[in-house]
Design a protein around this ligand. Structure first.
Ligand code: FES
Length: 110
């Protein structure tokens, strides 16, 4: 599969997040992208607890301190860089990471 352009880096606020729907092959996948310290982390927008999307407010995936990814349904917290759940009902589980690369000011799914 060739790389799929997800968005411009500037579509994601620094220390913030955004939500997308990407077409990968014949599947449409809900995706979250988090921008932190110049890096972009991309995960499926599906909580490992019961499979719900994480954002009540579309595109808002971070806790108030912008330190962790927050699942709005039951409050699970996930590390931004690894997707590991460090608090909540799915403790120890991981978000599904999607390989992504920043090139020429854009984010590509690889
Ligand atoms: S659905 Fe995410 S913590 Fe329950």
């Amino acid at each position: 599969m060739s790389d799929v352009k997800l968005c411009a880096v500037d579509d994601i606020p620094e220390d913030g997040s955004a939500g997308f729907v990407a077409e990968l092959g014949d599947k449409k996948i809900a995706i979250m992208a988090i921008r932190k310290n110049g890096a972009v982390f991309v995960y499926e927008n599906e909580c490992p607890h019961i499979g719900a999307p994480l954002d009540f407010t579309p595109g808002q995936f971070l806790d108030v301190d912008k330190e962790y990814i927050l699942c709005s349904t039951h409050g699970a917290l996930f590390k931004i860089d690894t997707g590991e759940c460090i608090d909540g009902p799915c403790f120890g589980d991981h978000l599904t990471q999607i390989n992504a690369e920043v090139r020429d000011g854009a984010v590509y799914l690889t």
